[in-house]
Write a protein that binds this ligand. Sequence first.
Ligand SMILES: [Cu+2]
Length: 142
Amino acid sequence: MCIPLWTLVIFLFYFQISHIVMKLNYAILLIGLLFVMSPSVFSQKNKFEEIKIKTSSQCGMCKERIEEALAFEAGIKSSDLDLETQIITVIYKPQKTNPDKIKKAISKIGYDADDVLADEKAYSKLPDCCKKPGDPDRTEHK
Ligand SMILES: [Cu+2]
């Protein structure tokens, strides 16, 4: 009688442990699920969008000027101008701004943005080397 009783005790003991381990597994699974799900909830709230806009930028000064000015625009997270293609990639919050506003902002700095032409006043204040090719005011870089 002694041996079966011991096995029963051991069985119950292991059962208890496996029960706790199972509970722990569920807890870990739940925590894991929360971790997987929370970024998606989070990213939906702070979702960014990207837009590529063709500009009339000419040189490194233009790049700095545009990127710095856009950094102060509401809803724009970052921007990167590729001087070779003159295309600026803007990361923005669609809840706070939109492509039209971004193009207008670029225009106000003095540059064409896709079909939105540069604001004339801002353009006239640009250094001559930053003016569009074909503009009689333009001077080439030395
Ligand atoms: Cu320039």
